[in-house]
Design a protein around this ligand. Sequence first.
Ligand code: SF4
Length: 222
Amino acid sequence: MNKINYQKKLDQIIEQEADRRPRLLLHSCCAPCSSYVLEYLSRYFRITVFYYNPNIDSAKEYEKRVEEQKRLIREMKLGEISVIDGRYNPQVFYQAVRGFEKEPEGGKRCYLCYQLRLRETAKLASAEKFDYFTTTLTISPLKNAQWLNEIGEKAGQEYGVAFLPSDFKKKGGYQRSIQLSKEYSLYRQNFCGCVFSKNESRERQKKNTQESQTEKQIEKNK
Ligand code: SF4
């Protein structure tokens, strides 16, 4: 099956909308991922950021990420960009992914997590009469851009609002987000967000430490 080039689709919409700056509700997962997306899209859209991430494992982590998001927007000075802080209710996330908790990162649990966040964004975009909605999530090479675009398209149809297709990692977007994260000294978390990804990340670190200790021991015994 031919892969759809979502960046190309976005380019076409930007070209069609060249005469006006449509209102865009941008779901953001975190400050580092939003950095490039804000820099890029603020040239063409009037953006409101929707920070809606009930998947995050604790209130402390949530607060840290949302504050970084607000600081980045203040410091980037890209014009009028406001932030809507979505309600942090992790129970909504646990309910959405029930039965799929043990899936590895990138599996069905993530599909449901994307769906939860995108549907909520579409709902708000429709209620507030935005021209478009989208998400920063496609910037990550670890996220499934195909799923995200399909879910976004469906959510847009459900709530009657246009979804803006994207694959922000294209055109060097991911590299630029790393550069900007360094420039603004952003907090870059070492796990995706939920408690399951945190545990997976810990396991990976433990395994890497054990492997490097074994290698050192082998070297020593030579
Ligand atoms: S790994 Fe990330 S995308 Fe997947 S369920 Fe957890 S928070 Fe959501």
